[in-house]
Design a protein around this ligand. Structure first.
Ligand code: ATP
Length: 235
């Protein structure tokens, strides 16, 4: 297992946000976490990348225990987070934003190579590399956030609602990008409100409900599950 979350509990103050959540991500797979508003999807992802302290439980990455590590150490281990709402640096140029993803890296020659790769994968980012990031469209900003995460040379990408607020044709583009990134060997944890899209992309899925694990299984099985279709897919 590449990433293993075991029996995680996270509180905000006295309020419990997620309870006894266990999530496994096998090497090379896309795993999705779906569920309604406030189900605990973002909390689970932020716990994985060390941005929230655990009340209890353990997180292992490539066999090493990473819970309690500082977020920048977790990035250095190969876990990159693409946050909800993109969180790009609006006043910095596109290229400067991308370079922030490589801040911790010492392998400067490979950083330049990875920047070239990102520009090849996202030609629009290349065209706009000297433009301030805030002038970009929502879809372009999402691509920038993904590109910035790739610049840390990760083994796994944690993506929080990449489709949020984007037009259907752009959502399709993002979906293709997720598939391509995965085909190149990167594992992905995908948090999505767009459950249909998520179940189409993922190998395996976890369904959260009010901070609890409601259901899990192969994505194709959940896609055909009557309860899931009625409760989460609006079908
Ligand atoms: P959404 O899709 O709406 O972002 P989510 O599934 O990602 O939902 P979380 O954001 O993880 O859900 O929230 C889980 C629970 O924790 C919710 O009840 C939410 O109100 C609560 N919560 C989230 N962030 C905080 C915070 N900073 N302080 C207090 N409670 C919070």
């Amino acid at each position: 297992m590449l990433l293993e979350m075991r029996d995680i509990n996270v509180n905000y103050g006295k309020i419990s946000a997620i309870r006894n959540i266990s999530i496994n991500v096998p090497e090379g797979q896309i795993v999705t976490i779906i569920g309604g508003n406030g189900a605990g999807k973002t909390t689970s992802l932020r716990a994985m990348s060390g941005m929230l302290p655990l009340k209890s439980g353990e997180i292992h990455f490539e066999g090493k225990r990473i819970d309690g590590m500082a977020p920048h150490k977790i990035v250095a281990h190969g876990i990159a987070h693409v946050p909800e709402g993109r969180r790009i640096f609006p006043d910095m140029t596109v290229e400067e934003n991308l370079r922030t993803g490589a801040f911790l890296r010492k392998d400067k020659a490979k950083v330049e190579n990875d920047l070239k790769d990102v520009f090849e994968r996202f030609p629009r980012l290349h065209e706009r590399r000297r433009q301030r990031a805030q002038t970009m469209s929502g879809g372009e900003q999402q691509m920038l956030a993904i590109g910035r995460a790739l610049m840390s040379d990760p083994r796994i990408l944690l993506m929080d609602e990449p489709s949020m607020g984007l037009a259907p044709v752009i959502v399709e583009e993002i979906a293709v990008i997720v598939e391509e990134i995965n085909a190149r060997g990167l594992s992905v944890v995908l948090v999505e409100q767009n459950a249909v899209l998520a179940l189409e992309l993922a190998n395996y899925a976890y369904v959260l409900e009010s901070g609890n694990m409601a259901l899990e299984g192969p994505a194709s099985e959940l896609h055909d599950n009557e309860h899931v279709r009625a409760a989460y897919l609006g079908l």
